[in-house]
Design a protein around this ligand. Structure first.
Ligand code: SF4
Length: 422
């Protein structure tokens, strides 16, 4: 069962304008959230640049920002995980960038910091002008970024859209620094965090806190800084517009961000994924509820959990009979023990309770223990306690059958699977 959805922003949650979350995607996420599923934005942006996004999806529970350097819990209003660059590492990166005509930003304290004198180096041919205008307004200007790096905890350093002749030279120098993790989600960009920091590690730490397994996580992404997050999640889903490397590591692929890919995948894997319900004799699943205190564990029945929501029932226990108990068989429609005592009332009580559960769960199918005086269907023991079989039903199986519940014995699992076309 999916308990958490993590999604990148640009190219994933956001429409191609980088500003809007479409109504369809918003509605799917909100419905999933109402079902108790936690929602997480995982972005390379800083926290301050996503306030407008959060206004559109106010139900989002957590934000992983600065490429995984920080996890912010919106309910608690505080960071619950941080992994910033040590000052010496940040200063070394800044020294390299300062010696070239490039535009870069230092992400710290949830905002993006820059130096106005470098604005002339900022080039972008791809981003929509409205988004760029909004983005530029969110920046905090400083006189000297080298000084800023010395006195602040740096979450991420971003060199933007550089297509000058020094690109390879800069890249080579930056890549010599072993203590930084580097990624280039778009051409000409180099994003740097402290080594070991990425969205996948941040997500993993969050899930440990929440006691969620990777199988319970769905993640969406499109760019190379989403790769670790896609690898971590049991449902790692690449957008239709994702990079080839993302598609290679993702387990599934959905439509593009322009086609509401997140909504399509949520529809498929969450809203349409509820399994059919199946009543099952508890002893077949290994519960020690049999008359002698043992069970009738059957692997093929237990494996049905992958395809059905199993609802274990033990009518004899529901009827108040103890474990262990004297065995019963059916004689003239009555449950008679080997000692000659009549337990029909307890058997009927257990049958009524089982039918009630079936109705409450809207369950139309059952796998019941063959030959039992409660659960047997079609053939049961004849009442002589000699192992002789006769045509007939156990008391519970009979009541379920009268109420149109389709019954299979443990030797008929293939028939059941055929019926559901599994
Ligand atoms: Fe198994 Fe049914 Fe007997 Fe309970 S009543 S022990 S479920 S066969």
């Amino acid at each position: 069962m999916i308990k958490l959805i993590a999604m990148d922003l640009d190219g994933t949650l956001m429409a191609p304008d980088h500003i809007t979350v479409t109504e369809k995607t918003k509605a799917a996420l909100e419905k999933a959230h109402d079902m108790g599923i936690k929602t997480v934005i995982a972005t390379g942006r800083t926290l301050s640049v996503i306030n407008d996004v959060l206004k559109q999806v106010p139900f989002v529970d957590y934000v992983i920002y600065s490429n995984g350097a920080v996890v912010y819990d919106r309910c608690k209003g505080k960071n619950i995980y941080t992994s910033c660059m040590p000052a010496k590492v940040a200063e070394r990166v800044v020294d390299i960038l300062e010696s070239y005509p490039v535009y870069y930003e230092l992400y710290a304290n949830g905002v993006s910091n820059t130096q106005e004198s470098k604005a002339g180096f900022f080039k972008n041919k791809d981003l929509p002008p409205e988004f760029l205008e909004f983005y530029m307004k969110s920046l905090v200007n400083h006189d000297n970024l080298s000084e800023f790096a010395k006195h602040n905890e740096i979450e991420k350093i971003n060199m933007f859209y550089f297509d000058g002749e020094f690109y390879d030279e800069i890249k080579e120098k930056l890549f010599e620094i072993e203590d930084i993790a580097k990624t280039s989600p778009v051409s000409g960009d180099i994003e740097m965090t402290y080594k070991g920091v990425n969205k996948g590690v941040a997500l993993e730490n969050m899930c440990k806190e929440l006691c969620f397994t990777p199988e319970e996580v769905m993640s969406f992404g499109d760019a190379d800084n989403d790769i670790e997050m896609l690898q971590f999640a049991g449902y790692g889903i690449a957008m239709g517009n994702a990079s080839d490397d993302c598609k290679k590591v993702a387990k599934y692929e959905t439509l593009s961000n322009g086609e509401d890919g997140i909504a399509a995948a949520i529809e498929k894997f969450i809203f349409n994924a509820s399994k059919p319900k199946l009543l099952v004799s508890a002893c077949l699943l290994g519960e020690n509820c049999k008359y002698n205190g043992g069970n009738n564990y059957t692997e093929e029945v237990a494996n049905l959990k992958d395809k059905f929501d199993l609802i274990p029932i033990c009518p004899e226990c529901f009827g108040g009979l103890p474990i262990p108990r004297v065995p019963n068989e059916i004689i003239n429609g009555r449950a008679i023990s080997k000692n000659g005592e009549d337990f029909t009332a307890e058997y009927e009580d257990g049958a009524e309770k089982t039918l009630y559960i079936a109705n409450e769960c809207n369950c139309g199918y059952a796998v019941l223990k063959e030959r039992s005086p409660s659960c047997g269907f079609g053939k049961i023991y004849d009442g002589s306690f000699t192992g002789t079989l006769v045509d007939g039903n156990g008391i519970t199986a009979d009541l379920l059958d009268q109420n149109d519940i389709c019954i299979f014995g443990e030797s008929q699992i293939n028939k059941l699977l055929d019926l559901f076309d599994f």
